[in-house]
Each structure stands twice: as C-alpha cells, then as structure tokens.
Design a protein around this ligand. Structure first.
Ligand SMILES: Cc1cc2nc3c(=O)[nH]c(=O)nc-3n(C[C@H](O)[C@H](O)[C@H](O)COP(=O)(O)OP(=O)(O)OC[C@H]3O[C@@H](n4cnc5c(N)ncnc54)[C@H](O)[C@@H]3O)c2cc1C
Length: 592
C-alpha cells in the first residue's frame, strides 16, 4: 500500500491515517537499547551528581559528563557516521532526546551542544567545515554553543547589532559585538555566531572560542537550570578566517530559524521525558506519605492530579512521536527522490515547522503543569530544596522562554498557517468557505458514526471546522491587519495546539488497538478524556475570539456553530481519571 502523508499544517484540513503515525509502543529492539543506554547514563552518571552539578562546585563536572556522553555516542546520534556520529534514524533521535530529558541542567547542555550548537555546521557548513568540526563535536571532544541573542535583540533576533567587517586583504572577518544568555558559553570551544556584515547582512559564522578577542562575562545567576553554564560573550575585533563564514552572506536567518525547528521539536521530546519522571517522583511520594492514617495517593483530589499529569504527558508524548514520524517519513521520501540525507532532514523539519512550534508550546506547558502539581503533592516538602520536586519546578520554567518564547511560537503557528495559505501551499480557503455555507444552512446531524473511535474522529473533524470558522471570519474581518490582533492569534494557536494534541492521542490509540489491543483500553479512555477537555478549551478560545470581532446575528450564528462543532458525548471523566490514577499508583510510577 502506498502511503501518502499530510503536508505541514494540513492536519487542520485533512484527517491523518493511524497507520501513518509512529507510536512509542512500537519501538524496535534497537530503539529500546538506545533508550536504555540514555537512561543508564542518567542513572549512573547524572542523577548521583545532580546536586554537585547545580552547585557548580566543580567546573569540570559538566564538561566531563558531556565528554563521556559523547564517547558513548549520545551527543552525535543524528550526525552521519561519515562525520563521527551514529547516523541513527529520526525516530531513534527522538527516543534518545526523550530519555535524556529528565536530566535538568545536563539536558540543557546536551540540547545546546547537539542541537543549536552542532546543527548549524551540519546543515549549512561546507564539506571542509563539516570535516573539520563535526567529528569532534559528535563525539563530545569539543563542545558547542549558539550565539544569537543580544542584550537588545531577543525575540526580534534579526535586530542584532554584532557586526562583521571584511579585512582589507579579504582574508578575514573582524567581528565586534556582544551576545547574551549563551548556554554552554562558559566552556564551549566552537561558537555559531550571528553578526551583520557591514551592519546589514545578517550572517552566521563559526568562531573558535579561543580566538583572541573572545571574552566571557560572569555566569548568570539563574532561577533554575543552575548547573548549566549561561553567560555573555564579548567579541572585540575577533579576526576569523573568511572560510568560517557559515552558509551564505546575508542568509543567516535561514540558519537561525531552521535550526530552531529541530530545537523546538527536540525540546518537546525532552520535556516529555521530564514530565514522566516528575510524575513518577510525585506518585512515589504520594504512596509513601500518610495523612489521616492513609497514603495521600488514596485521596480523590490527589488522584485527580496524578491522572491529569499523566494524561497531559501522554498527549505530549503522542504528539511528539506523531510529528517524529512525519519528519522521518518526509526525510525518507526526499532521500528516495535523490536528496542528500542531511539536507532532507533540514527540509523535512522546515515542512513541519508549524507542528514543531505547536510541540514547543505544548510540551513546555505540560511540564510546567506537571512540575507545579508535583510540588503540590509533596506539600511543604515540595517547597524544600532537600526534596527533588523543587528542582523540577525551577528547571521547567525556562522551557517556555528559550527556543522562541511561547508567545512567539503561538504567533508563528498561526502566521505560518496563513502564510502557506497565501502562497497556495495550504488550501484553508475552500473548507473555510464551505463551513460558512454550512453555518447558514439547516444542520445535517447525519447518522451516528460507526467503527472504532468513530465518535471521537467525528468530534475531531468537527473541531477542525470550529477552528476554520473562527480563523476564516477573523481573516475576513481584519484582512492584512490580522497579525496586529494578537489576542485572537493566541486563541487560534491554543485551538490548534489542542486539536493537534487531541488528534495525536486518538491516532495513537487507534494504531495501538490494531497492533496490541490488550493495551489499548486504558489508553482509549485517556484519549477520550483529553479530547473531551480539549473540545471544551477549543470552545472557550473560539468564543473569546469571535466575541472580540463579531456582533449581532453574525455573532449568534457563529456561537451556535461553535457549540455544534465542539459537541461530544458526555463522558465520565472523573471515573476515567480514577482509573488512570489507580493504575499509576499501583505501578508506583508513570506507566503509560
Ligand atoms: C537560561 C537561558 C538560556 C538561553 N540560551 C540561549 C542560547 O544558547 N543562545 C541564544 O542565542 N539565546 C539563548 N537564550 C535567549 C533566549 O532565546 C531569549 O531569552 C528569548 O528568545 C527571549 O528573548 P528576550 O529574553 O530578549 O525577551 P524579549 O524578546 O524581550 O521578550 C520579553 C517578553 O515579550 C514577549 N514578546 C516579545 N516580542 C513579542 C511580540 N512580537 N509579540 C508578542 N510578545 C512578544 C515575549 O514573548 C516575552 O514574554 C537563553 C535564555 C535563557 C534565559
């Protein structure tokens, strides 16, 4: 059977086939081996040192841990073997990211090194640059950092002031400027630095950190991820050979933004791993801690928390692996067409940049929720630095800020959808117009759908109509001024995030039911519960949006449409949450 896959953003207008998606329940033996290798590294090397890492008592500790991880292949898994990596497929990279996730500051250092630090060279480097730098980066002999942010340019990254000027003999660029918040900055050997040639052409450069003129600021005193190195880096007449220009002059934005697509995707995989661990830690405590003569895990209020932590984590995980398979499949298609594998990966991640932005917001907010509830389950001890959950709480917070803040990623999600529509790459207009017609005609409720998860699939199809209705009406109303209506963009982004996550859970369960039906029943209820709550949020966000720009008969008609499009059978979510919580409580940790 020939498989056809959805293009980026098409999830809003088309239905994905469960067979196309990839689910954690089908990891291969090799993939399980990789996940165990990552877990083993955390268990034996990272967690026993977690206090020391955070206290930064030994400045070499993090460097040595990165080196050891590099020797095992954990840092260069996605780098082709010809450049010293393991060259594993994209799904295996995702698995590794997830299993390295619950490692706090260490995970941040790994992500900065292997992701934004190494990928610019892998994707945009010349063959010489790749041969020179990648083997040592992939094996952890050298460490990398990514220098984009400046004191005056964060979200507005292209407003950077760091400047590069070609030397008179044409052999060097002279870089002057200042970068800020640079992860791994204190020890990185290789820096990807963005600077404007002659103050105009935004360009990437490879800078060796020991080049004269490169100096470091003090380590930042941070709220969390205290063990990760973060500092300012100053460039004072730093002379770098012209061969170290990365990609093309004036095309630095391509490097900066494309690398962030993968960064956002991997962040979601990592925080999903973190959320599982935080849930397990909280459940273990809830089973041990007794109040009123019984373990606190026996209280309904605590069960609700445990279940909701797990349900959201399950959704984040389902969306992560769904997207992983989309990227992997696209890579395979492009390779079949004759594209180089590395370039295929870059193009595939760009194709699914909307989904990557969605995941970044989804995963980071799930981890925040889970960490917050973990502290609550610990009660007073949750507030103590002597217990592990305070670290989860502090360390989680950064994920909503870096790799593009969640506001920027929400804006991007909607803006990219609209841009692709304008360019004719995504046809949102035809279905949006059909929905407008449907709104003014007599509703056809049709027959009750039949088949496995049929009511859920129908509810998802209807939810897509709700989003298209709101988006279509908002665009018609504001036209070119729409992007100034950020509150409505936030509503739409949240609707898209809920839809994508809910659909991912349903697809996962549908596939699971076809391969391991005995495992599917509990997951089926989880997916239904998540869908139920997502539809309620989609309804609320839709209402906020349309009441902001519509009134009178038009408003009434859209509110009725919204209600119809977000309808779902009443289900007993309390019973489902109890069932989920009981299963986790009995297992003594996250077991989904
Ligand atoms: C611990 C840590 C590690 C980091 N590591 C790195 C690194 O390795 N390399 C690197 O280059 N950078 C790094 N950063 C920087 C990080 O990417 C930026 O902090 C982030 O992009 C936000 O920029 P900013 O801090 O200047 O905030 P600002 O851009 O000033 O944003 C402040 C607030 O305004 C909102 N906002 C801004 N613009 C808009 C808009 N157009 N519409 C709506 N809301 C808006 C933001 O969402 C945010 O809530 C790191 C930051 C931290 C804290």
């Amino acid at each position: 059977m020939t498989k056809t896959f959805l293009k980026g953003g098409e999830f809003l207008i088309k239905d994905e086939l469960a067979i196309n998606t990839y689910i954690p329940e089908e990891f291969t033996e090799e993939q399980v081996m990789f996940s165990e290798m990552a877990e083993d590294f955390l268990r034996t090397k990272v967690w026993p040192n977690i206090e020391k890492i955070d206290k930064c008592e030994d400045p070499n500790l993090m460097i040595n841990l990165l080196s050891e991880a590099g020797e095992l292949g954990l840092l260069g898994a996605g780098v082709p073997e010809s450049y010293g990596g393991l060259g594993v497929d994209f799904n295996t990279e995702t698995i590794l990211a997830e299993h390295l996730g619950p490692s706090h500051s260490f995970g941040v250092a790994v992500a900065a090194h292997s992701g934004i630090g190494t990928l610019p060279i892998l994707y945009f480097g010349t063959e010489e640059q790749k041969q020179k730098y990648l083997p040592d980066l992939a094996t952890g002999k050298t460490k990398a950092a990514y220098c984009l942010t400046e004191p005056g340019s964060g979200s507005d990254a292209l407003a950077a002031k760091t400047k590069a000027v070609l030397s008179e003999d044409g052999k060097h660029y002279i870089i002057n400027g200042q970068k800020m918040w640079i992860t791994n900055g204190g020890f990185a050997d290789i820096l990807t630095v963005f600077a404007k040639i002659d103050g105009e052409q935004f360009t990437g450069f490879i800078v060796e950190a020991n080049t004269p003129g490169v100096t470091l600021g003090k380590e930042e005193k941070k709220m969390g991820i205290k063990g990760s190195s973060t500092c300012q880096i100053f460039f004072d007449n730093v002379k770098i050979p012209v061969e170290n220009l990365l990609g093309e002059a004036g095309k630095g934005h391509k490097i900066a933004f494309n690398v962030l697509n993968i960064g956002r995707f991997k962040l979601c995989a990592m925080v999903t791993g973190g959320a599982k661990e935080a849930t397990s830690v909280a459940v273990k405590y809830a089973n041990e801690r007794k109040q009123f003569g019984v373990p606190i895990s026996s209280f309904g209020a605590i069960k609700y928390k445990i279940a909701e932590m797990a349900i959201r984590t399950f959704a984040s995980e389902s969306a992560t692996y769904r997207t992983s398979s989309m990227i992997r499949n696209k890579i395979a298609d492009l390779v079949d067409e004759g594209k180089d594998r590395v370039m295929a990966k870059l193009e595939a991640a760009e194709e699914y940049s909307i989904e990557c932005a969605i995941l970044k917001v989804l995963g980071s907010e799930v981890l925040d929720y889970v960490s917050d509830e973990a502290v609550q389950i610990f009660g007073g001890t949750g507030y103590s630095e002597d217990y592990p959950v305070a670290r989860f709480y502090r360390d989680s917070r950064i994920n909503r800020i870096f790799e593009g803040t969640n506001e920027i990623n929400r804006i991007l999600t909607v803006a990219m959808m609209l841009k692709r529509t304008m360019k004719g790459q995504l046809d949102l207009m035809t279905p949006a117009l059909e929905i407008q017609k449907e709104l003014t005609s007599i509703p056809d409720f049709g027959d009750e759908p039949e088949g496995y998860l049929a009511p859920e699939k129908k509810a998802l199809a209807q939810a897509k109509k709700a989003i298209l209705m709101v988006a279509g009406a908002a665009v018609q109303k504001f036209m070119m001024e729409f992007e100034k209506e950020q509150e409505i963009m936030m509503n739409l982004a949240d609707m898209l995030i809920d839809l994508y996550a809910a659909e991912s859970t349903i697809l996962r369960v549908e596939k699971l039911n076809s391969i391991k039906p005995e495992k599917a029943q509990l997951f089926e209820n989880i997916a239904k519960c998540y869908l139920n709550d997502s539809l309620e949020r989609i309804h609320l966000n839709g209402k906020h949006a349309i009441t902001a720009f519509s009134e009178g008969d038009e408003l009434r008609m859209m509110l009725l449409g919204l209600k119809r499009f977000t309808k779902y059978n009443a289900i007993n979510t309390t019973a489902i949450r109890r069932e989920v919580a009981d299963s986790i409580i009995e297992a003594g940790g996250y077991n989904m």
